[in-house]
Design a binder for this molecule. Structure first.
Ligand code: FCB
Length: 440
């Protein structure tokens, strides 16, 4: 059992989230190639070299998927538009079929009473822009603002909320420092530039959407509870560095107009010239902040250059992706973000969920581990609300099993099971648990 809708404040909204490249089937409908397609086609980057060419075929099956959302009683659908589907080259020509698809999708949400929560970038950069340096290139902010304008002009009259960029840490650090996501670089200068330009692009997109008359605009950041791997001072310092680069960097820029000192220690000399002057744009006023939370990490010092840290396995039970289940971390961030950065600004949990070793048996998946995960994190949400945190909604990741980036199709996060051969959808026990909870 999950906590019930009536346990939450009256205006609290519940939703489920997906993203374009992870579900749509990128090869359909005239979309251009993206840096994820080339990343996945490069041996060693993605489990089984899988890509999003077919994914869940949501591009054709979206009515059924929206029915599933509405059928569970969700209020909100957090989805993303794919830049390369709207503009195959990233700039210039618009793919009318792509925009029409999102137009129908948004209408489909409204017909079913679902609030459309739009994200404009969930990681699939058009390959033509990657060729020009992608997020390393300062012009990326202009390209992104232009694309945002095109989407806003078409969908802006009907969407409930919009956020420019999903998880800027993943775009900047995972893609350019760890090399675990597209474009797969391991380069500190590229990282510093990408992290800054992504924020600049965010600010430019917010300005473009305000100018187009859109409201309820936010940012979506991810947070990972950084715990010292042991009780040494060196481990505490390493955890603080990780926390600065991961958890503080983006909210500090958005809400304080500065980067944390511990992050600047390593990044300052790699940032583009004049970066200090961009905070006016980066700090374009927001209506809410989205918090994506999954896990904690145990951080230990490591030899070598800054940031000189590494991860150690922790003692808590783990999900199928090996992530420790640490619900207290969600409470930690909700209270800390409200206290240190956002004050009275509404917060939403925009992603939370787990990969489980699901087995489809006799027409169902008994994912009690996933239900327990949701229950524990909803309990921490209620705890934060009781302490005065202005948390206004919770969105589960994810509606469907889907393309889990570098992990391919193996790791399943869905409330609904997808058979990637037949593409058949089967609601799991967790889906039914949500449907029950949202009734009353
Ligand atoms: C988040 C991503 C989402 C999905 C989940 C598991 O970081 O936003 O696309 O991969 O993790």
């Amino acid at each position: 059992m999950l906590p019930k809708r009536s346990d939450f404040p009256d205006d609290f909204v519940f939703g489920a989230a997906t993203s374009a490249y992870q579900i749509e089937g990128h090869r359909a409908g005239g979309a251009g190639p993206t840096h994820w397609d080339s990343f996945a086609a490069t041996p060693g980057n993605v489990a089984h070299a899988e890509d999003g060419a077919r994914a869940c075929d949501h591009y054709h099956r979206w009515p059924q998927d929206l029915d599933l959302l509405a059928g569970a009683g969700f209020d909100v659908y957090r989805f993303s538009t794919s830049w390369a589907r709207v503009m195959p080259e990233g700039r210039g020509a618009v793919n009318a079929e792509g925009l029409d698809f999102y137009d129908r999708l948004v209408d489909g949400m409204l017909e079913r009473g679902l609030k459309p929560a739009l994200t404009l970038y969930h990681w699939e950069l058009p390959a033509a822009l990657a060729d020009l340096g992608g997020w390393r290139n300062r012009d990326s902010a202009d390209w992104f603002a232009d694309y945002t304008q095109v989407v806003a002009a078409r969908l802006g009259d009907r969407i409930w909320s919009a956020a420019p960029i999903n998880e800027p840490w993943c775009v900047g650090w995972m893609g350019h420092f760890l090399g675990l996501h597209a474009p797969g670089l391991r380069d500190i200068r590229a990282t510093a530039r990408a992290m800054h330009h992504v924020l600049l692009a965010h600010g430019r997109a917010i300005q473009a959407m305000r100018a187009a008359g859109l409201g309820n605009l936010g940012a979506v950041c991810n947070f990972e509870y950084a715990l010292p791997a042991d009780d040494t001072a060196a481990a505490a310092r390493a955890a603080a560095r990780h926390d600065a680069c991961f958890n503080q960097f983006f909210v500090s820029a958005l809400f304080r107009g500065e980067y944390p000192a511990e992050a600047l220690e390593g990044l300052a000399r790699h940032l583009p010239q004049g970066w200090q002057d961009d905070f006016t744009t980066i700090q374009a006023p927001l209506d809410w902040l989205g918090v994506n939370y999954y896990t904690c990490k145990r951080i230990a010092p490591a030899p070598g250059p800054w940031p000189a840290l590494t991860e150690r396995p922790g003692p808590l039970p783990k999900t199928a992706t090996g992530w420790e289940i640490c619900p207290e971390g969600l409470h930690h961030f909700l209270t800390r973000i409200a206290r240190d950065y956002t004050g009275a600004l509404p917060l939403y949990i925009t992603e939370n969920g787990m990969a489980a070793p699901d087995v489809l048996h006799a027409g169902t998946v008994t994912d009690t581990d996933r239900i327990a995960y949701f229950r524990a994190h909803l309990a921490q949400s209620l705890r934060a609300i009781a302490e005065g945190v202005p948390l206004r909604g919770y969105m589960a990741w994810s509606l469907l099993d889907n393309y889990e980036w570098a992990l391919g199709y193996e790791k399943r996060f869905g409330l609904v099971h997808v058979d990637f051969e037949t593409l058949q959808r089967t609601p799991k026990a967790s889906y039914h648990a949500w449907a029950q909870a949202l009734k009353g």
